[in-house]
Design a binder for this molecule. Structure first.
Ligand SMILES: Nc1ncnc2c1ncn2[C@@H]1O[C@H](COP(=O)(O)OP(=O)(O)O)[C@@H](O)[C@H]1O
Ligand SMILES: [Mg+2]
Length: 370
């Protein structure tokens, strides 16, 4: 556990970057520091590994005041990832990642082996290992940055806006992989971002900072959405809070209806006979939904081909959230939301009204627990 105990940082020019912050960072979890630019997030992060020294208060790691630790020893147990990956431009990818093991005294061959394992862990193809950082995309560079920070297998990782400089699609896949990786690694992570959606997606707990280095609220993502501490937090968390909170309500227990289906390649006449209200759901041979078919589009066709399918509806997983289920129901051209299992095979369909009933039930259960 990392504890901030009344931590203040006043820079020599008089700027108070962090103002008497108390914060508990639990072990093995992701704590996100979020807030507008200049509110003291980076300063808070860099005080943990003593790249910045507090001017007031204490930071304790597992009960020991960091002020009493040797900074070099301290940093060996703390990985650090920054926005533009901070890679050494004149070293290859594998040598960048091997840097820390070599600093720790590993032999070169063993360090490079370890580096290749780490690159695989973060999902970078091995053939990229001999390239230089400038020969990689932004997303690939960030993966290398994460692999390098994991080099010494540190129990703590500090990450300062690691995904902010990549485009939204790449960012989303980096976030998903980061969460998967953390499930296996269980590091104590302090993650800085200015993006509230990223904070809510990644954080086990979220610490919202306000201008002047004030900590405005620390809460789990659903609590932050449900109960912002004040107007600043409410404004920063943004709109659609009720809808976004559905991401944290599991979809299990939805009553599913059996949906008549045909397979790709089915006879057009069979598709017409199977359809309900002019639509039929089309599956592949593994029962994975491929799309809805408006059977009136089949005039002149002998069989159901993928090109005639409607592409608008989303598909939700039964083990996902009610947000996904509601979206599937609302986006479906038939009003019947498509629900699949973990391997993507059809379980059934659900109508918006049934999802709403489930939302009310979940809210009542949550109320009863309080
Ligand atoms: N080395 C420094 N000297 C003086 N002021 C600084 C220094 N570093 C940061 N600051 C100021 O401290 C405040 C917090 O900065 P920072 O921690 O970088 O915020 P954030 O990461 O939330 O954008 C800002 O007002 C910034 O200008
Ligand atoms: Mg910053």
């Amino acid at each position: 556990m990392i504890e901030f105990d009344a931590v203040t940082k006043r820079y020599p020019d008089g700027t108070v970057a962090v103002d008497s912050v108390d914060l508990h960072v639990p072990s093995g979890k992701i704590t996100v520091l979020v807030g507008p630019s200049g509110c003291g997030k980076t300063t808070s992060l860099r005080m943990i590994n003593r790249m910045v020294e507090p001017t007031g208060g204490r930071i304790l790691i597992d009960g020991t005041d960091t002020n009493t630790s040797d900074p070099a020893t301290l940093r060996r147990g703390i990985g650090y990832v920054i926005q533009h990956a901070g890679l050494f431009p004149h070293r290859t990818v594998v040598d960048n990642v091997a840097t820390v093991p070599i600093l720790l005294g590993w032999r070169r061959k063993k360090a490079r082996q370890r580096a290749m394992e780490l690159l695989e862990l973060v999902g970078l193809p091995p053939e990229l290992s001999d390239r230089y950082p400038s020969q990689l995309s932004g997303g690939q560079q960030q993966r290398v940055g994460v692999a390098r920070a994991l080099g010494a297998d540190p129990p703590i990782m500090l990450m300062d806006e690691p995904f902010s400089a990549v485009d939204p699609v790449v960012r989303e896949s980096l976030q998903d992989e980061f969460l998967r990786l953390q499930q296996d690694l269980g590091k104590t992570i302090v993650f800085v971002t200015h993006d509230i959606d990223e904070a809510i997606k990644l954080g086990d707990q979220v610490a919202v900072f306000q201008a002047g280095g004030h900590l405005a609220q620390v809460a789990t993502p659903p609590d932050l959405l449900a109960d912002p501490a004040d107007d600043f937090v409410a404004g920063f968390v943004g709109k659609d809070r009720g809808y976004r909170a559905l991401s944290f309500t599991p979809a299990d227990g939805l009553p599913l209806e059996k949906e008549p289906t045909v397979e790709v390649g089915a006879d057009a006449e069979v598709a017409r006979r199977t359809s309900v209200e002019g639509w039929v759901l089309v599956l592949d041979d593994a029962r994975r939904p491929q799309g809805w078919l408006d059977v009136s589009r089949l005039t002149g066709e002998d069989e159901v081909t993928p090109t005639v399918l409607h592409r608008g509806g989303t598909v939700a997983s039964a083990t996902g959230s009610l947000r996904g289920a509601l979206d599937a129901a609302l986006s479906s051209p038939t009003g019947r939301g498509v629900i699949v299992d973990d391997i993507g095979a059809l379980l059934g369909t659900v109508r918006p009204a049934q999802v709403l009933v489930q939302i009310e039930n979940a809210a009542a259960e949550a109320e009863a627990r309080h």
